[in-house]
Structures are given as structure tokens and as C-alpha cells.
Write a protein that binds this ligand. Structure first.
Ligand SMILES: [Ca+2]
Ligand SMILES: [Ca+2]
Ligand SMILES: [Ca+2]
Ligand SMILES: [Ca+2]
Length: 360
């Protein structure tokens, strides 16, 4: 793009957006019914010596559209009718506007704007996604709040969103700072593990992800530094990532998982974030979730649910004789029977997940 055009757009985009939309073109007869954009960034938390790549994925039935990407208040990229649009910027300064301390939140947003359409069922006929992440000092120093937490992907009001806090267990490093490998593992959990489960990916806008700067204990289902209770009273779940491979578990809304890709993070999220019960026959503690349970404490609870859902009651079977015997309809491996990325939730699991997101 010529520099002059880019400069003009930088000045006039807010006004020109609407003026440019809906240009008459006798060669098109399109009606736009869908125009959505989702933006993401990498690294998930950037130091002030790293570049940052922002990618906007567009989902629209417009045949022609523009995608605009703004980072830190500046228009950085315009793409013409490309489903995926990305730009790399920085390194970005970690100096806050006030000039004191180290680290600051950085906003970016992507806008999709259909062009050359005849009708648009959307009002307005554009869509945007606006996210915030942190740029820190070289060792992940971040001073803007005194609560020892850093935004990794902050995108919705905490009162409406699932706020997941990542904690680094002591086996990542013997030093006192957060490490790049931990931050990279956090990014992997968000984009490549949650992001690979379509039910969660569809609801990604309803999550905020944070990193706590104080180290946690990876044992005993993950024990965060006790200061998190007062510093982040708004949080919904604590995920303690560790390097060593060992058996993980959850207690209430806290859980542990390997930082590398194992079954633990998704399965323990099923407990600690989504309040689902285990679906395997083993040494665990069974319970029937109050809403849309994924397992049942009696055969009749299972069969009456199937009857009310119009499914055959023959699907119900006892999957364990432990703790009085528990019942299920799932078959094969599921997230709550195992937890490998990409595994299904099962029919009752899907109903529970849908209930969860419908009641945020
Ligand atoms: Ca977003
Ligand atoms: Ca929340
Ligand atoms: Ca494990
Ligand atoms: Ca159900």
C-alpha cells in the first residue's frame, strides 16, 4: 500500500469505514448475512525485546471485504478479502504511559468490513474483536497492578467471563522469574488445547486468561501462592503447570497439569473449570453434577434423562461398581474418561458444556 494511502487511512478510518461500505457495483448481487472476525496474538505475553504477530481470522459470506488490524492504537495492516490476515509489529515498549515502572497492557483490534454488497442483514455491517495482552520487561516484570498478575488474553468483562489463571510450578527453573518456556506452554494451552476443542473454541471470547507472577507448588493438585486469593478474587480457576510428568488432579477450581501436551490439562479443566465428574472406573471421587450431569448416581437418573431427551434408555449402563455404582451413556474415550486433545465430550458431556456456557 502506498504510504500516502496508509497515512490517510490512519487518520480517517473511523469515519471512512462506513462511507466505504456498500459501494455500488453492478457486477455483484450479494447479500451479506455473516461477518465475524476473531483476532489472536503471539507470543501470548511479550517481552519488550520480542516482536508480536497479530492474526485476524474472518468468517463472512461477503465475497469482498477488508480486514483492518490495529495494534496499540495504530493501523498496522489492511487485507483485501483474505480469510486470514496477519501483521508482525514491535518489539513494543514496556514503558507505561506514566513513564514509571515496567510493563503495560497493550490493546489490539481487528475489524472486518464487507464491501461491494447489495444488501446486508447485519447492523452495523461490520464486526470487530478487541483484545488486551501484556508487554513486559525482559524477565517478565509487570508493574501496572500490584496484584502480581499479567493479562495474557483479556477480552471480556470478568463478571461475564471465565477467568483462568496460569501458575508456574517451581520445576520450570531455579530462578525467581517467569520463564519463556512457561509462557510458551500457556500459549499452547490456550490456542492449541482449548482452541482444538470446538465447543471451547466457539466460546473463546468468553474466557480471559491471566498469568500469576508468583510461583506455585505443582504437587497436591497444584497449590498457587496464597496471595492469589486476595489479589485475584475475581478469578474462576487456577491452573498450575509443571514440567515433570506425574499424576494430576483437581480440588475445587484449582488443578495441575503438565505444561507439555498430555491428557491432564483438558481432563482437569473438565473438573476445575467446567465441574464435570470422572467417566472412568478407577480410584476417584464420583459425584453427579447438579446441572446436565455427565454421569448418574442411579440407573433411574440416567434412564429418565434419556427419556426426557428422546434417547433410548438402553444406552444407560453401570460403568463402575465403586461408591455404590455409577451410570453413564458415553462409549469409547472421552475428555472425562481420558482427556487427549481432540477427544469427544460425549453426548451428556456436550449437554453439560452447553449448559455451562449458556449460564455464564
Ligand atoms: Ca477476542
Ligand atoms: Ca469471571
Ligand atoms: Ca500428569
Ligand atoms: Ca443431559
Amino acid at each position: 500500500m502506498p504510504k500516502r494511502v496508509r497515512a490517510l487511512l490512519t487518520l480517517f478510518v473511523p469515519v471512512s469505514l462506513l462511507a466505504l461500505a456498500g459501494c455500488d457495483d453492478p457486477n455483484t448481487t450479494t447479500t451479506v448475512t455473516r461477518a465475524e472476525v476473531e483476532a489472536r496474538h503471539s507470543p501470548i505475553i511479550a517481552t519488550d525485546s520480542e516482536t508480536v504477530t497479530v492474526t485476524a481470522e474472518t468468517d463472512t459470506d461477503a465475497t469482498e471485504f477488508w480486514t483492518f488490524i490495529f495494534v496499540d492504537g495504530t493501523l498496522e495492516e489492511i487485507c483485501d478479502s483474505q480469510t486470514s490476515c496477519s501483521v508482525t509489529v514491535g518489539p513494543l515498549s514496556s514503558t507505561p504511559p506514566g513513564g514509571t515502572g515496567t510493563g503495560r497492557p497493550v490493546n489490539y483490534h481487528a475489524i472486518v468490513l464487507p464491501i461491494k454488497y447489495d444488501d446486508c442483514d447485519l447492523d452495523p455491517c461490520n464486526n470487530e474483536d478487541r483484545n488486551t495482552f501484556a508487554v513486559t520487561g525482559n524477565n517478565y516484570q509487570y508493574d501496572p497492578n500490584s496484584g502480581n498478575y499479567i493479562p495474557a488474553l483479556d477480552q471480556s468483562p470478568s463478571s461475564d467471563a471465565v477467568d483462568v489463571v496460569f501458575h508456574m510450578a517451581g520445576d520450570y527453573t531455579s530462578g525467581s522469574d517467569l520463564t519463556k518456556s512457561f509462557i510458551s506452554d500457556v500459549e499452547d494451552k490456550i490456542y492449541d488445547e482449548y482452541g482444538a476443542q470446538s465447543i471451547i473454541e466457539d466460546q473463546m471470547q468468553n474466557f480471559n486468561f491471566w498469568v500469576y507472577t508468583k510461583k506455585a507448588n505443582g504437587d497436591d493438585c497444584g497449590v498457587p501462592d496464597s496471595s492469589v486469593s486476595s489479589n485475584m478474587a475475581f478469578r474462576d480457576a487456577d491452573a498450575v503447570l509443571h514440567v515433570d510428568t506425574f499424576g494430576d488432579c483437581s480440588i475445587g477450581s484449582r488443578f495441575s497439569a503438565e505444561g507439555h501436551d498430555t491428557k491432564a490439562f483438558l481432563h482437569e479443566s473438565g473438573h476445575g473449570v467446567f465441574n464435570m465428574a470422572d467417566e472412568y472406573d478407577g480410584d476417584t471421587s464420583y459425584f453427579e453434577p447438579a446441572n446436565e450431569p455427565n454421569i448418574f448416581k442411579t440407573s433411574s437418573n440416567c434412564t429418565s434423562e434419556q427419556t426426557s431427551e428422546g434417547r433410548p434408555t438402553s444406552a444407560c449402563s453401570q460403568f463402575t461398581s465403586r461408591q455404590g455404582g455409577w451410570y453413564k451413556i458415553h462409549t469409547g474415550s472421552t475428555i472425562m474418561s481420558w482427556g487427549t486433545t481432540g477427544q469427544p465430550w460425549g453426548t451428556e458431556g456436550v449437554e453439560h458444556m452447553n449448559w455451562f456456557f449458556n449460564n455464564l
